[in-house]
Design a protein around this ligand. Structure first.
Ligand code: ADP
Ligand code: MG
Ligand code: MG
Ligand code: MG
Ligand code: MG
Ligand code: MG
Length: 684
């Protein structure tokens, strides 16, 4: 999330008038960044995580769990605390940073400074996350807990689900039938985003998740909890007029999606070409890790037939007009746009030869005049398309005070569009006036209930990003197949029963890459080349590698359709036959090129084991575990309804599992000990 300005946000009618101004200057700002930093080389691997939390208030007498709306106070307290603790923060942990998020019941935390490529740093991420959680927990009220649960099961049910209670009738920004205004972070940015999305679209957002039909669920299912007859806002009749589908869970506001929690990772690359290579390499991984981290099977008090948040968020900020959605011929809108501004990536952007043009097979509306401007400035076709595709969107929040900027010093207008294109991967140019390099953010994963799991997924993705760069792996499949995988990833139990398109020969040109490394030195500024790897193993994970080898003469290029096949999660992670080592196999091979102490290696394999076991089905995804918990609850009537009592018991169970006072051997390894010791052991 970008900086939060204090200022006067413009209404949608005003924003519209300034859209071209923001886009024009946004591109000017990008071009300045490009000119300054396109040749920048030699940036180290730095990386960081973002963990989001729900703050839940427990009422043990009433057996109710509600969202606490104290974000503002909590963040104020945490920022004071973080200012004060610099001195008594454990040496190995930088003072964390807490950030606001969309929901007024949410927190986000990041490490205070990024991790380096050292193995001890890699292994510090769990302690870092746990420290952050312990800090948050300690500064909440006694009955409040920070939970890393992707979606709050009873967000938007009739009656109280927040503390304190507010009536949805007051939802002046969203006009929601279900969520009160007070669900949203009060900073002007958030209500304005909410209102301007609705106004730009011309109706409320409409999300329909297929309901999970249990044995006693009425069929057809017409939701009795929708206030079908309300008539407070102009949009109230939409539900009845077709926005709410039978047999589905209907949601009508930004908060349902942006009020979810996720786990994100950002990596710095050596230079822009490597950032583009890493970005592309991680694109096909997005849906795979969405499925494996699936953690959100309950929505608005009902079990859904999906396990993930993705489509909910995509729908929750879908500001496209009817014309853009293809429901009407283009008249006032400029483009037909296939996807919401929150969705999967549409374009591979590496200029590496292995990125065959055939892989970019999605329709790609882009702004022709912006594209031409970028091309005339000397930027290549793919990056020009990437940026001019992001810039088909309108800015959503504009503050009158910041309309005029110094385009050489600011990137705010660029970031305005960039940061409201919420995609599975984000290609992040360096901000002005900083030492930060070109970065890639991996954004698809659902947050896990424990920091052990969050750390395990972080370790896995960090190592995979090193595999991509150091082995020059080739994960390309047509990007339309990645989108098909996104759809499959969200289906119930996809990690166990689904199949995903994946590349058969991931080309690990690692043997040749490693042996030819000494001869093809990286340009100046990079670390020394990998002479003699694996003989002389490396102390840390590097960021700078020699350029990938060019195709050998007479290389046989298969038709694209023969390059990939459908695989199970287990095959993708753990390997298939002699040809495909699996992502974990690649990571193991990469680890062999590093000089790692045996106990460190053990710890890394411990984390990788969680990923392995989730993939082979010997451990459940959080979504399956949650679904099983509900269906086994004595008060569950097998009618898909997650009552307040079930929700309370679920929340308590999740908290107890996290703290290690309750076992869940089908979800976590048997030796998981939990965080109950943390606040004592780290001197809080
Ligand atoms: P956003 O919400 O825009 O994605 P945040 O500031 O919340 O950004 O999180 C960014 C993450 O990137 C944090 O984990 C931070 O530690 C990490 N980070 C900061 N600087 C760098 C860098 N130079 N390279 C890689 N990661 C970085
Ligand atoms: Mg953030
Ligand atoms: Mg953010
Ligand atoms: Mg966030
Ligand atoms: Mg407490
Ligand atoms: Mg982020």
């Amino acid at each position: 999330m970008g900086l939060l300005y204090l200022g006067t946000p413009l209404t949608w009618d005003e924003v519209k008038k300034h859209a071209d101004h923001v886009r024009f200057h946004g591109i000017t700002q990008f071009l300045h960044t490009w000119d300054r930093l396109k040749d920048r080389h030699g940036d180290e691997l730095l990386w960081g995580d973002e963990v989001e939390y729900l703050v839940v208030a427990l009422d043990d007498e009433q057996k109710d769990a509600k969202l606490s709306l104290r974000q503002t106070e909590i963040l104020e307290k945490l920022s004071t605390i973080c200012g004060d603790i610099s001195s008594d923060c454990p040496d190995s942990i930088s003072v964390p940073t807490f950030h606001p998020e969309y929901g007024r019941y949410m927190l986000e935390s990041t490490p205070g400074s990024p991790y380096t490529g050292s193995i001890p740093d890699l292994l510090s991420v769990e302690a870092n996350m746990r420290y952050r959680r312990a800090l948050a927990r300690k500064h909440l009220k006694r009955h409040e807990i920070p939970l890393t649960l992707t979606s709050f099961p009873r967000l938007g049910v009739p009656g109280p689900f927040t503390e304190p209670y507010f009536d949805p009738a007051d939802a002046v920004s969203s006009h929601s039938l279900f969520l009160p205004e007070e669900i949203t972070n009060p900073h002007a940015r958030f209500p304005t985003l909410t209102a301007n999305i609705r106004q730009r679209r011309g109706s409320k957002v409409a999300i329909n998740l297929p309901l999970f039909f249990d044995t006693q669920t009425p069929r057809p299912f017409v939701d009795p909890t929708i206030p079908w007859e309300r008539s407070l806002y102009a949009e109230d009749p939409e539900a009845k007029a077709g926005a709410a589908l039978t047999d589905h869970i209907y949601m009508d506001a930004m908060g349902f999606g942006m009020g979810c929690c996720c786990l994100q990772l950002t990596f710095q690359a050596c230079h822009v070409a490597d950032a583009r290579r890493m970005y592309d390499g991680l694109i096909p991984i997005g849906p795979i890790l969405l499925a494996l981290s699936a953690a959100s099977p309950i929505w608005r008090g009902y079990l859904a037939d999906v396990d993930c948040r993705w489509n909910v968020i995509a729908g929750s900020v879908d500001d496209r007009t009817e014309e853009e959605r293809g429901l009407k011929p283009l008249e006032n809108s400029r483009f037909k746009i296939p996807k919401s501004r929150y969705d999967s990536v549409d374009l591979y952007i590496s200029t590496d030869w292995i990125n065959r043009p055939e892989y970019n097979d999605n329709p790609l509306p882009y702004d022709q005049s912006i594209y031409s401007r970028l091309r005339e400035h000397g930027i290549d076709d793919l990056l020009s398309k990437h940026v001019s595709h992001l810039f088909i969107r309108d800015p959503l929040v504009v503050f009158s005070e910041t309309l005029d900027q110094d385009d050489e010093k600011s990137s705010d207008h660029f970031e305005n569009l960039q940061s409201t294109n919420w995609q599975t991967l984000r290609f992040k140019p360096p901000p002005p006036n900083s030492s930060i390099g070109w970065r890639v953010e991996f954004r698809s994963m659902e947050v896990q209930m424990t920091d052990y799991e969050n750390a395990a997924f972080a370790v896995f993705v960090v190592l995979l990003s090193r595999v991509i760069l150091s082995f020059n792996t080739n994960f390309y499949i047509p990007i339309s197949k990645v989108d098909e995988n996104m759809a499959r990833a969200q289906r119930r139990d996809a990690a166990q029963t689904g199949k995903f398109y994946f590349r058969k020969d991931v080309g690990s040109r690692h043997h040749s890459a490693v042996s030819s490394a000494a001869s093809s030195d990286c340009s100046s500024g990079c670390n020394s080349p990998v002479n003699g790897v694996p003989a002389g193993k490396e102390k840390k994970m590097r960021n700078c590698f020699p350029d990938p080898p060019l195709p050998e003469n007479g290389i046989n290029v298969l038709p694209v359709e023969e390059e990939y096949e459908e695989m199970t999660m287990n095959e993708i992670m753990n390997g298939k036959g002699d040809e495909f080592p699996g992502l974990l196999g690649l990571i193991t091979a990469y680890l062999e090129t590093l000089d790692i102490e045996p106990d460190e290696l053990n710890k890394i394999h411990n984390y990788l084991d969680l990923v392995r076991r989730r993939a082979n089905g010997s451990l459940l995804t959080p979504a399956t575990w949650i679904r099983n918990f509900v269906r086994a609850h004595p008060a569950y009537k097998h009618d898909s309804v997650v009552s307040a009592e079930i929700n309370y018991d679920l929340i308590v169970a999740v908290d107890e599992i996290e703290r290690g006072v309750r076992k869940a051997d089908d979800l976590l390894p048997a030796d998981y000990t939990g965080s109950k010791e943390d606040s004592g052991s780290i001197g809080l």
